[in-house]
Write a protein that binds this ligand. Structure first.
Ligand code: NAP
Length: 556
């Protein structure tokens, strides 16, 4: 019997070093790790010890005997990876990372942001050094996209917050929530109170299509919709028109799939989750019966991952629709698929699309329709979106990539709700240098680089503001470890200035400037109140969705 990694895998690779027979791949030091959709266990080598199960922060690993029907296919998915990448194990000894010498004293670090990248960076610092970490977030709640981004019907993914709760239970880490860097404290002040500042602020905004009509009412970014249904206090008052029968989502990444599911699954299923109450009410009154997901390239280039695409198979009362004609591949894509060394995950993406195309349909069901090779050219309507005009694309080779090029064939779809799901985008961080094209702070392995290309002493980045908005939650672990490695090396070699003020002085300063500061006790009070409300309703939690309610709970 072997263990099997399944859909929920967060790629944080905590399991890899725990495996006594080194049978989990790819490992963080392999080139495939950067692009893999998930990690896999070699069934022929696994000794069934279960060490990986205990290490997994999102409960993604099961004994093959315990796989539910919806996860059964992962037995073959794990095995297929090793047919393509036979296990070569060399049992390299695990090297314990160096700790700074004791005589340097306590390392003091400010981390701006409290999402996964910030938390993984803090966790790594706490393991690696005699350290005091102060974590800042402008919201009264921690965990960033784990709370405000992960879809409510993916509760397992949110269990990563338990890992952070347990790592941060000691006073070595202090929360400064509802505190905005740039308003309540400046970057220079932060730097003066610490050896180093790590910005892990994510990618706070979204990208635009740049087509006429994009600003009509009824047209929104998917990131707005996601923040709304997740109860983010800055988005709680948004309105989305759910009165029409069809919604169109532009872009086909995992966010598009999250949004398509939330718009189509039975609201009574969502009622068991931590979705915001107002969103649940709105979805109960929704008339939407069809969601069309428009991808600008073909089925092999779709940005969704195969585990998320596969999971759609198991949605109740929803047909997943693909038109067989759109699966006819261009020569470049066909060559990729015919390559005997094709990645199993890419082949699976195509096989699933074929299965959806051949699947049976029930007229009583709602539908998620995947269209490929289509780009919107305009959104039209009098005061509100009524139609999405689009053009059919063909794929052409450009610098080794297959990119979309418009043909002269056009089409249109009636829709009252259009959500562009074409990626998040980082915003400038105070006065730090900023790469406008990529939406990231220029850096070298996490060390922020000045305009002259030289590292700015004591300033670091981690997560999406460092590498751009890609990768799943656990991808931030390896990313943050890299940043912390540089920070500790700089501390050890005396490149960081000594702090001018201590913890008590910082606390006093912030207490004066932000009377509504939420600390660990405040967050605990919010958390307990939300969970208590959830218990009586049979839900994981009922979220407070306004700052006023969050602050009241924090005080109470
Ligand atoms: P994404 O994966 O980067 O997908 C963006 C999509 O937008 C792609 O289909 C892209 O097409 C398309 N696009 C970009 N510009 C466009 C344009 N001008 N016109 C039409 N289409 C355009 O972004 P995402 O869905 O926001 O996800 C961000 C990251 O979070 C990803 O790494 C994702 O896997 C992760 N995430 C994971 C989960 C999960 O594991 N459940 C859930 C949510 C998000 P091209 O490919 O042609 O550029």
């Amino acid at each position: 019997m072997a263990y099997v990694i399944t859909q929920r895998c967060c790629n944080d690779a905590s399991c890899v070093s725990e495996c006594p027979v080194d049978c989990i791949r790819p490992t963080p030091d392999q080139p495939e790790f950067a692009t893999t959709e998930m990690l896999y266990i070699d069934p022929d080598t696994c000794i069934d010890c279960g060490a990986c199960v205990d290490a997994c922060p999102v409960e993604a690993i099961f004994s093959e005997d315990d796989l539910t029907a919806s996860l059964a296919r992962y037995r073959d998915i794990n095995a297929a990876y090793f047919e393509r990448h036979p296990l070569e194990s060399n049992f390299d000894p695990i090297v314990t990372p160096a700790r700074p010498p004791k005589e340097l004293g306590t390392l003091r670090v400010a981390i701006v942001g409290a999402g996964p990248a910030a938390c993984y960076a803090a966790d790594e610092l706490l393991r690696r050094a005699d350290v005091q970490v102060e974590m800042f977030d402008r919201l009264p709640t921690p965990w960033g996209l784990v709370r405000a981004g992960v879809a409510p019907d993916h509760p397992g993914t949110k269990t990563v917050s338990n890992l952070f709760e347990s790592a941060f239970r000691r006073e070595t880490l202090q929360f400064y929530l509802n505190v905005e860097v740039g308003t309540h404290i400046s970057h220079d002040e932060l730097l003066a109170y610490h050896h180093a500042v790590v910005y892990a602020v994510g990618a706070a905004t979204d990208r635009h299509l740049g087509v006429p009509g994009e600003d009509l009412s009824g047209s929104h970014s998917a990131t707005e919709f996601v923040a709304w249904y997740n109860g983010h206090p800055d988005y709680a008052d948004r309105q989305f028109d759910l009165s029409g029968e069809r919604a169109v989502i532009v872009g086909n990444g995992n966010v598009a799939l999250d949004v398509a599911r939330v718009l189509t699954v039975d609201p009574e299923e969502l009622a068991k989750t931590d979705i915001a109450d107002y969103a649940l009410d709105a979805l109960r009154g929704s008339n939407i019966r069809e969601v069309v997901v428009l991808g600008r390239r073909g089925p092999l280039q779709a940005a969704y991952t195969s585990p998320e695409f596969l999971a759609l198979t198991h949605l109740k009362g929803i047909d997943i629709v693909v038109d067989e004609a759109e699966l006819v591949l261009d020569p470049g894509s066909q060559a990729l698929l015919d390559d005997p060394n094709v990645e199993p995950s890419l082949r699976l993406k195509y096989t699933l699309a074929e299965e959806y195309a051949a699947g049976s349909r029930d007229r009583a069901n709602k539908r998620i329709v995947f269209r490929y090779l289509a780009s919107p050219t305009a959104l039209t309507g009098t005061d509100h979106v009524e139609t999405v005009e689009f053009v059919h694309n063909e794929l052409v080779s450009d610098n080794g990539q297959l990119v979309a090029r418009a043909t002269d064939r056009t089409d249109s779809l009636a829709a009252a709700l259009v959500l562009r799901s074409i990626g998040y985008r980082g915003e400038p961080v105070g006065e730090l240098p900023f790469d406008e094209r990529r939406g990231v702070v220029p850096n070298e392995h996490g060390r922020v680089l000045g305009a002259d290309g030289v590292p700015v002493p004591g300033v670091y980045v981690s997560g999406w503001i460092k590498r751009g908005p890609r990768g799943v939650i656990g991808s931030n672990r390896i990313d943050s470890e890299e940043t912390v490695e540089q920070l500790i090396a700089d501390f050890t070699t005396g490149k960081l200035g000594a702090p001018q003020g201590d913890r008590a002085a910082l606390k006093a300063l912030l207490g004066e400037r932000q009377s509504d500061l939420v600390d660990r006790e405040g967050w605990k009070a919010i958390d307990q109140a939300e969970k208590a409300a959830g218990r009586s309703a049979g839900r994981p939690r009922v979220k407070f969705t306004t700052r006023e309610d969050l602050l009241k709970a924090a005080r109470g």
